[in-house]
Write a protein that binds this ligand. Structure first.
Ligand code: PSV
Ligand code: MN
Length: 425
């Protein structure tokens, strides 16, 4: 359905080529190899979360749009559309049981046919599911009742098994376990119980698999969350073993937390497993990546590129997105997100690392900061567009998406009677 990318690119080519040569005129005299930067951008890939292809909602309501995917198959179709336009999203991250396929082989074949694969699979022990024996109201891995803990472990083992059948190589575990009131939960014992449950899952990991623990300071627990910060997450990963690593969701930090420093520490520990990219103003707002704090995003990528270029042992973070699209068309929001990520990455690649090291060595705070700012201020939009074009993607993904009329087409195709889209997520 998105098949006129070339025609779209033709119409945008003149303006693009002018912008690209203007960028070259600025960057080349600074010693930047523009083609090499474009190649680096081309190498950047990020996974799309299956759970954010429908419009999200808040606890106050949800405003669905026409043409939302109704099944995991339709969600994959949407990821394929995003990938066709960006050439940077060849994998999808599934949430189970939200996206439990009736048959893993059929779903894998569908993904194969679309040229897609699977990134980390996510388990869900933060909600009760229909027919489930025990409730997670008072926790899952940290629950005081061993039967509940067993049920949570069994679910995770199922997710690993399913992920293996799909070709995934990691599981992300975010636990809502925590308490709302002081005294409600034994702070140390609850952590030990989580570690015990994670160990059962860890021991069952297939070779080459990784287990990511995702920390979050609060919500839904408002007094104490068991895996509330990167320190707890790192403790878990260290205790579990080499296949366990930490996942950083950018929205899972209290205001003013220095997230790039968290990233640097996890890199030093060899435990930075992956990311959930998004942005936020107040809490876990799940807004479009780079929409609120683009400089912070750049600084995070500055640490990542620094580690990549230093050849840090075991550096292989799984880049994934975790957003909720309440007012934007989810596909358009993802197109914008990928562009934001590539922009931050490209700017981080532009940082003159030799100069930065010299200024740091000389304790020249001003020059060191200016070295970062110089890269951050560079306009890399034409380089990012060129990276897309060289891979067969769209120069202007959102414009191409709108012009292709994809949403209108799927709205018609997905309007079968008898299907009620979810009213809340
Ligand atoms: C929790 O807020 C979280 O970030 C976890 O990654 C969950 O899997 C996801 O959001 C669910 O929406
Ligand atoms: Mn997340």
């Amino acid at each position: 359905m998105i098949d006129d990318i070339e025609a779209h690119n033709d119409a945008a080519t003149d303006a693009h080529e002018q912008a690209l040569s203007a960028a070259g005129e600025v960057l080349a005299p600074r010693g930047v190899d523009v083609d090499a930067v474009i190649e680096r951008i081309q190498s950047f890939e990020v996974a799309v979360p299956s759970w954010a292809l429908q419009t999200g909602g808040t606890r106050f309501g949800r405003f669905p749009i026409e043409g939302e995917p109704r099944t995991v198959y339709e969600k994959l179709d949407d990821v394929a559309a995003i990938h066709r336009l960006t050439r940077a999203t060849p994998r999808v991250s599934l949430h189970i049981p939200w996206d439990e396929p009736d048959d893993a082989g059929t779903l894998r074949a569908h993904a194969d046919a679309l040229g897609l694969g699977f990134d980390a699979v996510n388990s869900n022990t933060f909600q009760d599911q229909e027919g489930q024996e025990h409730s997670y109201k008072f926790g899952s891995f940290a629950h005081t009742d061993p039967a509940v803990r067993r049920q949570a472990v069994e679910h995770n083992l199922h997710v690993v098994e399913l992920g293996e059948a799909l070709g995934s190589e990691a599981i992300t575990i975010w636990l809502a376990d925590g308490s709302n009131y002081p005294g409600q939960m034994h702070l140390r014992k609850s952590f030990d119980r989580v570690l015990g449950g994670l160990r059962d899952v860890y021991d069952a990991l297939p070779d080459g698999w990784r287990l990511f623990t995702e920390h979050k300071p609060y919500e839904p627990a408002f007094y104490a969350t068991v895996v509330q910060d990167w320190g707890s997450s790192l403790m878990l990963a260290n205790r579990l073993g080499p296949q366990a690593q930490c996942l950083v969701d950018l929205g899972h930090h209290l205001p003013n937390t220095n997230i790039e420093l968290v990233v640097a520490r996890l890199l030093t520990a060899g435990k930075l497993g992956g990311f959930h990219f998004n942005d936020s103003k107040y809490g876990d707002d799940d807004l479009t990546t780079g929409s609120i704090q683009p400089y912070q995003l750049f600084l995070v990528f500055n640490e990542l590129v620094d580690a990549e270029e230093a050849g840090l042992d075991g550096f292989d973070p799984a880049y994934m997105i975790d957003q909720s699209h309440n007012v934007k068309d989810p596909i358009e929001a993802f197109l914008q997100t990928v562009d934001q990520l590539q922009t931050a990455y490209a700017k981080a690649v532009l940082v003159d690392r030799d100069a930065l090291a010299e200024h740091q060595q000389a304790n020249d705070a001003l020059k060191a900061e200016e070295t970062l700012k110089r890269a951050y201020r560079a306009d890399v939009s034409a380089l990012v567009a060129e990276a897309r074009r060289r891979q067969g993607g769209a120069l202007e993904p959102v414009a191409a998406f709108r012009r292709a009329g994809y949403r209108e087409q799927v709205a018609e195709a997905r309007a079968d009677e008898g299907y009620t889209p979810p009213q809340s997520l």
